[in-house]
Ligand binder design. Structure first.
Ligand code: FES
Length: 159
């Protein structure tokens, strides 16, 4: 083997090792930046707002029960036309209940609790009725639900 070949081979090996070293430093730096970014940015779980609009009264036919999944609320419009909002969160262990139109009840899929359309417990293990939330009309005639305000069973919104 001549000297020039040995020198060239040695240079290539050294050059290769330098590239690996630089690559490792680059990967480490990139990882540090990503981890720093995750540490500095807030780890926020986006919750649906407590007070929200659900539309105009005409969009809810009399006698209807409509589940708003995003806000975990049933919008109930009685046959007489008035409204109330029931929590869809089961009072047993917090599963989201469903409206069973054929049976005219709210049923929890987790452990079988049943509620009437007023939110009263028909069948346990749920220990309490579904919560009823404040409803109002805004200046534009849109229905507004406020989950931060729990109201009594007799409270309805007449429109
Ligand atoms: S969470 Fe609804 S019955 Fe258990």
């Amino acid at each position: 083997m001549d000297d020039s070949h040995e020198l060239k081979s040695s240079f290539s090996r050294r050059h290769f090792l330098e590239l690996i070293g630089l690559g490792a430093i680059g990967v480490t730096a990139a990882g540090s930046i990503v981890l720093s970014g995750e540490y500095l940015s807030p780890n926020v779980v986006k919750e649906a707002p407590m007070r929200f609009k659900i539309g105009s009264p005409e969009t809810f036919p009399p006698g209807s029960v409509t589940l708003d999944k995003d806000h975990k609320v049933f919008i109930v419009r009685a046959k007489e036309g008035y409204f109330y909002a029931l929590s869809a969160v089961c009072t047993h262990l917090g599963c989201i209940a469903n409206w069973k139109a054929d049976d005219g009840i709210v049923a929890c899929p987790c452990h079988g609790s049943k509620f009437d359309r007023e939110g009263r417990v028909i069948d346990g293990p749920a220990p309490r009725p579904l919560q009823r939330f404040s409803m109002s009309l805004d200046d534009l005639g849109q229905l507004v639900v406020d989950r931060s305000v729990v109201v009594g069973e007799e409270t309805v919104l007449k429109v």
